[in-house]
Design a protein around this ligand. Sequence first.
Ligand code: 2BA
Length: 109
Amino acid sequence: MKLLIAVVQDKDSNRLIEALGEGNFKTTKLASTGGFLKEGNTTLMIGCDDDYVEDALDIIRDNCSQREQMVAPISPMGGNADSYIPRPVKVEVGGATVFVLPVESFFQF
Ligand code: 2BA
C-alpha cells in the first residue's frame, strides 16, 4: 500500500476530489498553506494499493493546472530603500506536488 500526499491549488481541488472518487480512490482533504507564497492550498491524502498508484497519478495530472502568479517582493531590511524598485515577480505554481510514501500498516477500527 502507498500513501500519496498531493499538494494542489484550491482552484483544482474540488474537480480533482470528484475525479478521484469516480476512480474509486478515497481521499482526505486538508487545508494547507504554501511556505513560499503563504497562500492557501489543498493537501490530499490518498491511500491506495501499489497497483493503482499510476492511475491516481494520471488523475491528478489530468485535473491540476499550472498557473502563473505574481508575487510582491519583500523590501530589503536595512538596505538602501531609495534605489529599491519593488517589482512583482512571476512564479509558476502547480499543477501538483506529489509525494508517494510506503505504508507500513493500515488499520481501520
Ligand atoms: P508555495 O511554497 O507557496 O510555492 C508556490 C510556488 O512558488 C512554487 O510552486 C514555486 O514555483 C515557487 N517557489 C517556491 N519556493 C520558491 C523559492 N524559494 N524561490 C522561488 N520560487 C519559489 P510549486 O513548486 O508548484 O509548489 C506549490 C506548492 O506545493 C508550494 O507552495 C508548497 O505548498 C508545496 N510544495 C512544493 N514543493 C514542496 C516540497 N518539496 N515539500 C513540501 N511542499 C512542497
